[in-house]
Write a protein of this length. Structure first.
Length: 95
């Protein structure tokens, strides 16, 4: 898997989790280090194609938040961390 735009500097694949036919991939350095996460679903005649289903970005993204540092998927639930996000006036408090 790869994604144009994430590139090598985006750390695409820094974190990965798989749940049956879906995979979530973290790219903590993408988008000026704000980070992104991508969800792919397996499809195709022989289940041999992974199609991008969603791209996840934080609504309050800022450079160096590192969204996608850790990812998890279980059933319909997806969790994506942003350890360097600045919340409540606290530097690098994370989410």
């Amino acid at each position: 898997m790869s994604l144009s735009g994430a590139g090598a500097s985006g750390d695409f694949g820094f974190a990965v989790d798989l749940n049956v036919d879906e995979v979530v991939v973290g790219s903590r350095g993408a988008n000026s280090d704000a980070g992104l996460a991508f969800v792919y679903k397996r499809s195709g005649t022989n289940n041999d194609v992974w199609e991008l289903k969603w791209a996840i970005a934080a609504t309050d993204q800022q450079s160096y938040d590192e969204l996608g540092y850790a990812v998890a998927i279980y059933g319909p639930h997806i969790v994506v961390s942003a350890p360097d996000n600045d919340d409540n006036g606290q530097s690098d408090s994370g989410t």
